[in-house]
Design a protein around this ligand. Structure first.
Ligand SMILES: [Zn+2]
Length: 300
């Protein structure tokens, strides 16, 4: 879709997930009507393939894909019905237990080479959701193996990393430093929850940051690590982007309900307030940032 006004960008969304099976096209149409272009993010084999297929089907609306293996899917884990739906062949949509996936380099490389694919991920380390049936050491080792392979893939196909990091910033930063500038293509740390010091380390390595609905919530009580406000104010405006992470974490007016990309203006308005610019300027800066980081000219 061509438009004279800059587009809103949802740099991290999951509209391919089962949560949208009943009304996916309506959700996408609402985003398009609101001027929101999106990057649909894979989390394992199937959601990555679906992200690429959806981006191909909606190329005219400026939809792109990222493909990768999320750290929680490297362990045997309970899956959220919103993500993958019911068991294969079953009728009911319900959570199910999956085996851990081993990162298949060639499978993901083929998806990565698709022209609609603009990033590798989401991938990284998640020390918040371990499978309690298994010692953590092995789970951490598998997460690190998958993350390292996806770092290599970013160099192989010259597309940026889309990092998921939860309660694992020290190890994530250590792995990136060990790989060095020749070991990965910097990109985005999504749903950034780190400290100002973490942000500084990642900025120095060339990363940008996406923020979503959580920035619209009241500050966390007793949070020792500082607030989103502090971190957003610290990060330069040319390293900030908006995301929904839909179907999760809807912004304040819709908190607790299924999120969707058309809600992006609420997040951009809050980011604008924190950066002391107008919503229009924030929107234009995010678009420019997304075009630079994803290597897209004329996003949308
Ligand atoms: Zn996500």
């Amino acid at each position: 879709m061509q438009s004279s006004t800059p587009h809103f960008i949802d740099a991290h969304t999951h509209v391919q997930f089962a949560a949208y099976d009943a009304d996916r096209e309506e959700v996408i149409a609402r985003a398009t009507a609101g001027g929101v272009s999106m990057v649909v993010i894979g989390t394992q084999r199937d959601t990555s393939a679906r992200a690429v297929a959806l981006a191909e089907a909606h190329a005219a609306e400026g939809m792109y894909a990222a493909i990768g293996l999320h750290p929680i899917h490297t362990s045997r884990s309970f899956h959220d019905a919103d993500e993958l739906g019911g068991m294969a062949g079953g009728d009911a949509v319900k959570p199910f237990v999956s085996r851990g996936e081993v990162f298949d380099y060639e499978y993901y490389k083929a998806l990565a080479e698709n022209p609609r694919t603009v990033a590798i991920g989401e991938c990284g380390l998640d020390y918040f959701r371990f499978n309690e049936d298994e010692p953590r050491d092995g789970q951490i080792a598998r997460q690190k193996d998958a993350f390292a392979a996806q770092m290599r893939l970013t160099k192989d196909v010259a597309k940026p990393l889309m990092i998921h990091c939860r309660e694992a910033f020290a190890d994530t930063i250590a792995m990136l430093r060990a790989a060095g500038p020749d070991g990965f293509t910097p990109g985005i740390v999504h749903f950034f929850t780190g400290t100002v010091d973490d942000a500084r380390a990642l900025l120095d390595m060339g990363f940008s940051f996406t923020f979503g609905g959580a920035v619209t919530f009241p500050p966390r009580k007793g949070a020792g690590a500082g607030t989103y406000d502090e971190v957003v104010k610290f990060i330069p405006i040319d390293r900030i982007m908006s995301e929904t992470d839909a179907p999760y974490v809807a912004p304040a007016p819709f908190r607790g309900t299924r999120n969707e990309p058309s809600y992006i203006p609420h997040i951009v308005a809050k980011l604008a307030e924190l950066k002391g610019v107008s919503p229009e300027e924030m929107k234009a800066r995010i678009l420019a940032n997304a075009e630079r980081v994803f290597g897209i000219e004329g996003f949308g």
